[in-house]
Design a protein around this ligand. Structure first.
Ligand code: AGP
Length: 586
């Protein structure tokens, strides 16, 4: 959830760190801070706000020193305040740390350390790491020893980077990502390659339960039992470097606009895995699919796709609910795990529970170096490039594209899906969004929006409501069209807007009937359809295509609507309040 970075090299650390933090801000962005080692002291600057704001206020990038650490926070323990922002110095100020994750036993450790005379300033769980390191360093006088004692005391999940008062960096990984970058002019350590990819594409992925010590003589990696560890240096794909907005005002708009291409590319880098996965799915005794948020909405689409075309039953389970769903998996079950990041704690937990029963895991994931890939038997890559906007857009349609490809293979190409045509249809919607911009102005001040769809369009309605919530902060609810008269109709009045997802397919007439029932109660109806109707107050036209392709296409105008309504409301579409891109805590 938070992003962490460390640098040790020939150049000034702070500007490099601030730039890296800007790129990783999608991971959490309520406060930010940097610490550097300079003239035998550790200097810390931090504050509440986005990187750009805090940097303007306290000039993070002007801290001197060629060694430093930085952090952007997504608060879990303690309010969003300057004091709770990272880095956290130890009580003597000789060590400072940045942390991503949760320290479960922080209260008990804090009590013990306070009794030993170490003082705490913040309400965070993270500060305990700084004082624990300080305590063990005071006891042993040795960085390696203090790291190993500290990690054996900590319970929870963490990646942290510490800077010591001799200019050494030390970092440890336990169930949170941590990647070392080997540059010509310095070393990097970060929760995401995006933090340093513009400086080097040579990386080492630390494994769980490993720590690293970095100083001017080089890097040394150890496991938690202090055994030295050697890792191959690998090269990261160039696509990770593509993290600029270019001509677009926001990443979210850029990513929405990339979809004519990303749906074509989905899974192309892992064709063999796609075939292997299809074979496993075809012969599975019982089949489940899991994900969170948008990825779960894609799982719901899979249920309809697989039953309609592949004639296969698949049960979607929300990842965070797996823990409470007793004994679902069997020895020969297959679980498909959907995740853009591959780091969502809920998804990883679901997968770990399933694995205990011998269930095989197929993951459909964007970040091919993620923890989810390590846990899976087969991983299919979304291949849609980095998605920086916190609201998932292109990763959703890439997930759908892969699920379509699997269904199509199982039914020997009879779904009717034609990706080239779907891509053209998306291009057409993107090429003229003037009407969508007009409707965005109308909805900017409404308090409730309902989105209705039947059959396979219901999961799209659900995804549409998630986009509207995240980007516009308007209450939005996706409903199966037929459920309207069973309760929600009571909410319809002249202040309500309802979006009907209504392409020409077998759901068309029933959805139109629901639209008339809504209209009769005075609500405003927005139709997303290839056909006009007098019932729509506003018609968002989508191209007429084979019915199989509508789900891939009809979400695009609603992503645009949510984006433009956010712009109208002057909220930040890339970084919605209170959210983070990669939810690595439970
Ligand atoms: C989508 O717009 C959200 N930001 C969120 O629901 C997201 O899809 C969810 O947290 C799952 O993330 P993942 O796909 O990276 O696992």
């Amino acid at each position: 959830m938070c992003s962490i970075i460390g640098y040790l090299g020939l150049n000034q650390a702070a500007p490099i760190i601030v730039k890296g933090l800007k790129r990783m801000e999608y991971r959490g962005y309520d406060s930010v801070g940097v610490a550097t080692f300079s003239n035998n002291h550790i200097l810390v600057r931090k504050g509440v706000g986005k990187v750009i704001e805090v940097n303007k206020a306290v000039r993070l990038d002007e801290l001197s020193g060629t060694v430093g650490i930085g952090h952007t926070r997504w608060a879990t323990h303690g309010m969003v305040t300057d004091t709770n922002a990272h880095p956290h110095p130890s009580s003597t100020g000789e060590i400072a740390i940045v942390h991503n994750g949760i320290i479960e036993n922080h209260e008990e450790l804090k009590r013990e350390l306070e009794q030993k005379g170490y003082a705490f300033k913040s309400q965070t769980d993270s500060e305990v790491i700084a004082n624990l390191l300080q305590y063990h360093h005071d006891e042993t006088g040795d960085i390696k020893q203090s790291m190993t004692h500290t990690v054996s005391d900590l319970k929870g999940s963490y990646a942290f980077v510490a800077v010591f008062e001799d200019g050494t960096l030390a970092a440890a990984r336990f169930h949170e990502p941590l990647i070392i970058g080997i540059g010509k002019e310095g070393y990097f350590i970060s929760s995401d390659v995006l933090g340093f990819v513009e400086h080097t594409d040579e990386v080492i992925y630390l494994d769980n339960r490993e720590f690293v010590i970095i100083n001017t003589t080089g890097i040394q990696i150890f496991d938690f039992n202090i055994n030295p560890v050697r890792h191959q240096i690998t090269k990261v794909s160039k696509e990770f470097a593509d993290v600029y907005k270019g001509e677009y005002a926001h990443f979210t708009l850029k990513e929405i606009s990339e979809q004519p291409t990303t749906i074509l590319n989905a899974g192309n880098n892992t064709k063999l895995e796609l075939d292997l996965a299809t074979d496993l799915i075809r012969h599975a005794k019982t089949l489940y699919i899991t994900g969170s948020g948008t990825s779960y909405n894609a799982a719901l689409v899979a249920k309809f796709l697989f039953s309609k075309y592949a004639k296969i039953k698949i049960e979607p389970i929300i990842s965070s609910e797996v823990h409470f769903s007793h004994d679902v998996f069997e020895q020969q079950s297959i679980l498909i795990a959907l995740s853009q990041s591959g780091e969502s704690a809920d998804v990883l937990e679901a997968v770990n529970i399933a694995k205990k029963t011998g269930t095989k895991i197929i993951s459909i994931v964007n970040i091919m170096t993620s923890s989810l890939v390590h846990l899976s038997s087969i991983s299919i890559g979304l291949g849609c490039g980095p998605e920086i906007g916190v609201a998932a857009t292109k990763s959703f349609t890439a997930q759908l594209a892969i699920l379509y490809k699997i269904a199509d293979k199982i039914c020997n190409g009879s779904t009717g899906i034609d990706f080239a045509k779907a891509s053209e249809a998306i291009k057409k919607i993107l090429s003229d969004d003037s009407k969508i911009k007009e409707i965005a102005k109308k909805i900017r001040d409404v308090s409730d929006i309902y989105i209705l769809g039947r059959g396979i369009h219901y999961p799209i309605a659900s995804e549409a409501s998630l986009k509207l919530k995240e980007l516009t902060y308007i209450h939005a609810e996706g409903l199966p069209g037929g459920e309207l008269k069973h309760g929600p109709l009571a909410l319809m009045d002249s202040n309500t807007y309802v979006i009907m997802i209504n392409p020409s397919d077998p759901t068309y007439s029933d959805t139109l009937t629901s639209a008339r029932e809504i209209k009769a109660r005075g609500a405003k109806v927005i139709g997303v359809s290839d056909k006009p109707s007098d019932v729509y107050d506003y018609w968002i036209e989508i191209p007429q295509i084979d019915e199989s392709m509508y789900p891939l296409v009809e979400i695009i105008p609603i992503q645009l609507l949510a984006y433009y309504a956010a712009v109208e409301k002057d909220t930040d579409p890339d970084y919605p309040r209170n959210l983070a891109k990669s939810v690595t805590v439970k």
